[in-house]
Design a binder for this molecule. Structure first.
Ligand SMILES: NC(=O)c1ccc[n+]([C@@H]2O[C@H](COP(=O)([O-])OP(=O)(O)OC[C@H]3O[C@@H](n4cnc5c(N)ncnc54)[C@H](O)[C@@H]3O)[C@@H](O)[C@H]2O)c1
Length: 362
C-alpha cells in the first residue's frame, strides 16, 4: 500500500460519528484535521481521536497536508464547501445530496473536471453486501430480464429524533432529496440509469415540531413536498415505482423489490450496508435467502472513500450522484408541472464491488 490519503472533514454534526468510526478502521485513510462553524462541536467530535487538528474551515481548506475533503455539512452548504475545496486542488467526498440543487451540483462537477480532482458522494451504503448481492443476482440472470422495481420509504418525519431537523424541510431536504439518494442510487446500481420520470407529490402541513434535544417543542417551517411518488423509466425499459414519505406512519412493504421475467428479489434497506436478499423464482413456493456474494462486508459510512484513497474513480461517485439528483429534481418538476419529464443526464452503472474488499485496521 502507498501513502494513506490525508483527509480533512468539514461538518461534525450528527452523522460524523459514523464516519469517524469507519475512517479509524481504514489503513488507506489518515484523518489530519476537522473543521466546523461550531469549533466546540468539532473538538468534541474528535476528542477520542488523538492527533487530529481542529481548524477553522478556511485553515482546513488551505492546509497543504490535506489531499481530500470529506464534506459532512448540511445540504445547503454542500456546494459552497465543495467548490472551495476544489479551488484548493483537493478531491472532495460529499454527504448526499451532492448539492441542494442540480445546478449547484453541475457547478461542482464542472469545477472538479477543470481542476483535475475527483468527486465522490454518499450513499456508499449501496457498496455493501445488501445491494451488491442483489446486483450480482441480477447480473447472473437469476430473475431473468428485469422488468420493474418498487421502492418504498415511509417515516412520520426525522424531526421526531433529530435535534436540528430544519434542513429536512427546506429545498435540498424533504423525503425525496433526503432519502431518495439511497433508493435511487440502489435502483440505478440494480437497473441502470433513468431516462424519464412521472411524478406526483403532496405536503400535509406547513410546520413541524422538534421532538428532542434543546429545541424540543419548537416549530420549524416546511417549504418542500413531504410525500412524493412516481415512476422512473430506466433506459433499459424497466419501470421503478417510488414512494418517499415524511407523512405516512409505517409500511410493511419491502424497501426495494426487483421483478424479472423469471423471478423476484427482495433487496434490503439501501440506507444500510447489509441485509438479507430474498429470491423467489417462477414456480417456487416462496422466497429463499441468497448467500452473500458481493460487496464490502461489515462496512460503515465512509467506505466510499476507499476508491479515492486507492487512486480509483469513486464508485460512490459524482457522476452517479449528479444523475440521481437530476432524477429526483425531474420527478419533482414532473409532479409540479403535471407532465412526464425526460431526464437529461445519464451515468454508467457503477462497477460492482467484489465480496470482502474492506480491509479493517484491526
Ligand atoms: N443525521 C443522519 O442520520 C444522516 C444520515 C445520513 C446522511 N446524513 C447527511 O449528512 C449531512 C449532515 O447531516 P447531519 O445530520 O450530520 O447534520 P447536522 O446539522 O447534525 O450537522 C451539520 C454540521 O455541519 C456544520 N456546518 C453547516 N454549515 C457549515 C459550513 N458552511 N461550514 C462548516 N460547517 C458547517 C454545522 O455546524 C453542523 O455541525 C446531510 O447532508 C445529511 O443529509 C445525515
Amino acid at each position: 500500500m502507498g501513502q494513506p490519503l490525508n483527509l480533512g472533514i468539514v461538518g461534525l454534526g450528527a452523522i460524523s460519528a459514523q464516519y469517524l468510526r469507519t475512517i479509524d478502521r481504514l489503513p488507506q485513510v489518515r484523518l489530519v484535521a476537522v473543521a466546523d462553524l461550531d469549533l466546540d462541536r468539532a473538538r468534541e467530535a474528535v476528542a477520542a481521536y488523538p492527533g487530529v487538528d481542529v481548524l477553522s474551515v478556511a485553515e482546513l481548506l488551505a492546509d497543504p497536508r490535506i489531499g481530500a475533503v470529506l464534506n459532512l455539512t448540511i445540504p445547503a452548504a454542500h456546494a459552497e464547501i465543495a467548490l472551495q475545496a476544489i479551488a484548493a486542488g483537493k478531491d472532495v467526498y460529499c454527504e448526499k445530496p451532492l448539492a441542494a440543487t442540480g445546478e449547484d451540483a453541475r457547478r461542482v462537477l464542472e469545477a472538479a473536471q477543470a481542476a483535475g480532482v475527483r468527486v465522490g458522494c454518499a450513499p456508499d451504503t449501496v457498496l455493501g453486501t445488501g445491494t451488491q448481492t442483489a446486483r450480482q443476482a441480477i447480473d447472473d440472470g437469476l430473475i431473468g430480464r428485469p422488468i420493474a422495481a418498487t421502492a418504498t420509504m415511509v417515516t412520520p418525519g426525522h424531526e421526531r429524533w433529530h435535534p436540528n431537523p430544519d434542513f429536512y424541510y427546506v429545498p435540498g431536504g424533504g423525503p425525496l432529496l433526503d432519502m431518495g439518494p439511497y433508493y435511487v442510487s440502489s435502483l440505478v446500481t440494480l437497473l441502470g440509469p433513468v431516462a424519464k420520470v412521472i411524478g406526483a407529490a403532496s405536503r400535509t402541513r406547513a410546520k413541524r415540531t422538534i421532538g428532542s434535544g434543546p429545541r424540543q417543542g419548537e416549530e420549524i417551517p416546511v417549504t418542500v413536498d413531504t410525500h412524493v411518488t412516481g415512476v422512473l423509466v430506466h433506459e433499459s425499459g424497466a419501470l421503478s415505482t417510488l414512494v418517499m414519505s415524511f407523512d405516512a406512519v409505517a409500511t410493511k412493504a419491502p424497501n426495494i423489490e426487483v421483478h424479472g421475467e423469471r423471478g423476484s428479489l427482495v433487496v434490503p434497506d439501501p440506507n444500510h450496508f447489509d441485509g438479507e436478499v430474498l429470491l423467489t423464482r417462477l414456480g417456487d413456493d416462496g422466497p429463499r435467502p441468497l448467500p452473500v456474494s458481493a460487496g464490502y462486508a461489515d462496512a460503515g459510512r465512509g467506505v466510499g472513500l476507499i476508491d479515492l484513497a486507492e487512486g480509483r474513480e469513486p464508485r460512490a461517485g459524482g457522476t452517479l450522484a449528479f444523475h440521481v439528483l437530476d432524477v429526483m429534481e425531474s420527478l419533482l418538476a414532473s409532479a409540479h408541472e403535471d407532465r412526464a419529464v425526460n431526464v437529461e443526464s445519464t451515468c454508467e452503472r457503477p462497477k460492482p464491488v467484489a465480496l470482502g474488499g474492506f480491509a479493517p485496521r484491526d
